[in-house]
Write a protein that binds this ligand. Structure first.
Ligand code: NAP
Length: 339
């Protein structure tokens, strides 16, 4: 089968950083399904794992997490899917990735693909949907079905992949959503996804919030630089509020006052934690992806797909990584089909 892999960890402008390779087609056992990958999306984790370091891989390592495709074969313990089913998933960081024509993935972290989306639109969704959903509804104390909680939520980095899903899910849950974005096109993107207010993360956040009538907010999702916003979040979060984090801080994070004085809940989300540690509730990722598919098919959520860069090959994947490393992508970049 065709795949894109790496043998060395090189800067993305080096043509050797990602290579077109041939690998044997794997066979499913146990809870694994074998998926014929039709489209993939790229995430910052792809570039972080690929970041330059003096390490070599033999055989080549296949990266890639987000994928949409068709079930080709199933292992002997599979009960959720059958050959021919269309699926989407974000996979498992400890296993071979989705940048391959065929991939093995545990059925319990796979959802049925939204019927109203094509493969490219579906591949944009899983990793960011899992992250935003688990953070808001599994780690923080909110429910997607609570239509009347009317709390305020600040989403820092609203136009990114995760922010694009967090804005929509938070609106569905009943929040008043204030997103941050710094450019006309990202401001417009956040509004189109349902953010009622947009402020600029390159300016001081507290005076901008005060100017739109929020001296405090009930909850914050910091989907960007944790260190940079930690102090201001402590200032603007309301007593008994909740803060969600997804980005590793560069140093130690001070969790005492004002966080302690205000009894703030601090919640970490790592969307690979369930598959990595094989937690007993692994199947929750199957459930949330399938629920998200139903919400999309009902028109209550939309894909964060922004652009398809072309078929899945090393040159297009290098371009996708290069753009992601710029930190200015809007929504999701996707590659679809094989040549
Ligand atoms: N823990 C987990 O499970 C998990 C899961 C997914 C992602 N992550 C991490 O979360 C981060 C965001 O992921 P993503 O996929 O949403 O990224 P992304 O799509 O690359 O985000 C791009 C957006 O981030 C905004 N941005 C860039 N620098 C910013 C800053 N300093 N402050 C505020 N916003 C900024 C930009 O908005 P403007 O152009 O408007 O400035 C841009 O639209 C990454 O570090 C990723 O590795 C963690």
């Amino acid at each position: 089968m065709k795949a894109v892999g790496l043998t060395r960890y090189l800067p993305i402008d080096d043509p050797q950083s990602l290579l077109d390779i041939e690998l044997p087609k794997p066979e499913p056992t146990g809870h694994d399904i074998l998926v014929r990958v039709e489209a993939i999306s790229v995430n910052p984790v792809d570039t972080k794992v690929r970041a330059p370091k003096p390490q070599q891989e033999d055989p080549p390592r296949v990266l890639g997490y987000d994928a949409a495709g068709v079930v080709e074969a199933v292992g002997d313990q599979v009960t959720l899917f059958a050959p021919g089913d269309e699926v989407y998933y974000a996979g498992d960081i400890t296993r071979a990735g989705s940048n391959a024509q065929f991939q093995l993935v545990d059925e319990r972290i796979v959802g049925r693909k939204p019927a109203t989306l094509d493969f490219a639109e579906a591949a944009a969704l899983p990793l960011t949907t899992i992250t935003a959903w688990e953070l808001l509804f599994h780690r923080m104390p909110y429910s997607i079905d609570n239509e009347c909680n009317r709390r305020s939520l600040l989403v820092i980095a609203g136009a990114g992949g995760v922010g694009s899903m967090a804005i929509q899910l938070a609106r569905r849950a009943g929040f008043t959503v204030i997103a941050t974005a710094s450019r006309p096109e990202t401001i417009e993107w956040c509004r189109s996804l349902g953010a009622q207010h947009v402020i600029d993360h390159r300016q001081d956040l507290a005076p901008q919030l005060a100017a739109i009538g929020f001296s405090q907010v009930d909850a914050v999702l910091n989907l960007a630089d944790t260190d940079r916003y930690w102090s201001v979040i402590g200032e603007i979060i309301a007593p008994l509020g909740h803060v969600g984090l997804i980005v590793e801080p560069s140093g130690e994070l001070r969790i005492g006052d004002p966080y302690k004085a205000k009894s703030i809940g601090i919640h970490w989300e790592m969307m690979f934690a369930r598959p990595r540690f094989q937690t007993p509730d692994l199947i929750e990722q199957h459930r949330l992806l399938s629920r998200a598919a139903s919400l999309i098919d009902a028109g209550e959520l939309r894909s964060n797909h922004r652009e398809t860069l072309g078929p899945i090959n090393a040159a297009n994947l290098r371009e996708a990584h290069r753009r992601l490393e710029s930190g200015t992508t809007i929504g999701k970049l996707v590659l679809a089909g094989w040549e």
